[in-house]
Design a protein around this ligand. Structure first.
Ligand code: CP
Length: 337
């Protein structure tokens, strides 16, 4: 069945020197059963997800926001850490694609009795599910699970490592607001050290040609981060001044961010995004935050709810991005197939 709302590789016709027509594929073909991180994707694969998300966003604007793409498939949301946006938007994405959805958390499951991640995954596979969307506090957990099962694994955030669908929805939102991220100045501000969102954004944005700056107190800047192709500063005004967009990260107090500065009030005074600070920025600067926001710590309520903020648009775009990812991993042209 040809699905009009999903993107397949575009064909491009060229004339060879001998005058023959040569048809070449322009965009990437999705071959991966999993989405583990943006580090492992080419810019063409990132483009394929973004293109599909655009089509799925059109589906979501219809009066009947549902398509049969994943009818008969089952998606399990396996969350070892709390989540509002990611878990609910994966559930909505799967339901909009007509998949069956099971939500599984530690509490009330056999994880509480000590069952391992791999055993849990293998049992979910034995139950004939098709995709495991996993959030875990350990970096590398999604990759470990993907090696243990033949069904698809989607990383919904693993420790400090990656949160690929968050970065994809951030980039999608930037594309909507600013056209294309290539050549834009994007500053990522806040708890870089503990942030999987920062790492995925850095991989994605640099592959797509953006100029990325990271800004944080010294203790929250990981050693060697500049090797990923980013500029580093602890001067917030410098990070804001030339930025087309800022992505302001949550202080991860549960992961020891509090030890990096004397108090939350002092952090807000030195690094917090306020209307006063934004007066020194470009007038149309795009203000993003992956959520949840610590209002009065990373940014003021006026900025979070202000005219430059696209924070709730990011949340909405998360559904289309996750529809695209679920579609692609379940329709992958497997390399060994
Ligand atoms: N941005 C994000 O991952 O939010 P949740 O923790 O609520 O899923």
């Amino acid at each position: 069945m040809k699905l009009s709302y999903v993107k397949s590789p575009e064909e491009k016709t060229k004339i060879s020197p001998k005058g023959n027509k040569v048809v070449t594929k322009k965009t990437a073909i999705w071959t991966k059963k999993d989405l583990l991180g943006l580090e492992y994707l080419s810019k063409e694969e990132i483009g394929l997800i973004l293109d599909n998300a655009k089509s799925f966003k059109e589906v979501l604007a219809r009066p009947l926001r549902k398509v049969p793409t994943l009818r008969g498939k089952t998606v399990v949301n396996l969350f070892y850490e709390p989540s509002t946006r990611t878990r609910i938007s994966f559930e909505l994405a799967a339901k909009r694609l007509s998949a069956d959805v099971i939500n599984m958390v530690k509490e009330g499951s056999s994880i509480q009795k000590g069952e391992t991640l791999i055993d849990t995954g293998r049992n979910l596979e034995a139950l004939k599910t098709d995709v495991i969307v996993v959030r875990h506090n350990c970096s590398g957990a999604a990759a470990m699970l993907s090696r243990a099962v033949n069904i698809s694994v989607v990383n919904a955030g693993d420790g400090w490592h990656e949160h690929p669908t968050q970065a994809l929805l951030d980039i999608f939102t930037l594309n909507e607001k600013l056209g294309n991220v290539k050549g834009l100045n994007i500053s990522i501000i806040g708890d870089i050290a503990h942030s999987r969102v920062a790492r995925s954004n850095i991989w994605g944005l640099t592959k797509l040609g953006a100029n990325v700056t990271v800004c944080a107190p010294g203790k929250l800047i990981p050693a060697g981060i500049e090797k990923l192709g980013v500029k580093v500063t602890s001067n917030i005004d410098e990070a804001i001044k030339k930025a087309d967009a800022i992505n302001v990260l949550r202080m991860q107090f549960e992961r020891d961010a509090a030890g990096a500065f004397p108090s939350r009030i002092e952090y807000f005074k030195t690094f917090g995004i306020t209307e006063e600070r934004l007066k020194k920025a470009k007038k149309d600067i795009v203000v993003m935050h992956p959520g949840p926001i610590n209002r009065g710590v990373e940014m003021s309520a006026e900025v979070a709810d202000g005219a430059n903020s696209v924070i709730l648009e990011q949340v909405t775009n998360g559904i289309a991005i996750r529809m695209a990812v679920l579609y692609l991993v379940t329709h992958a042209k497997r390399e060994n197939a």
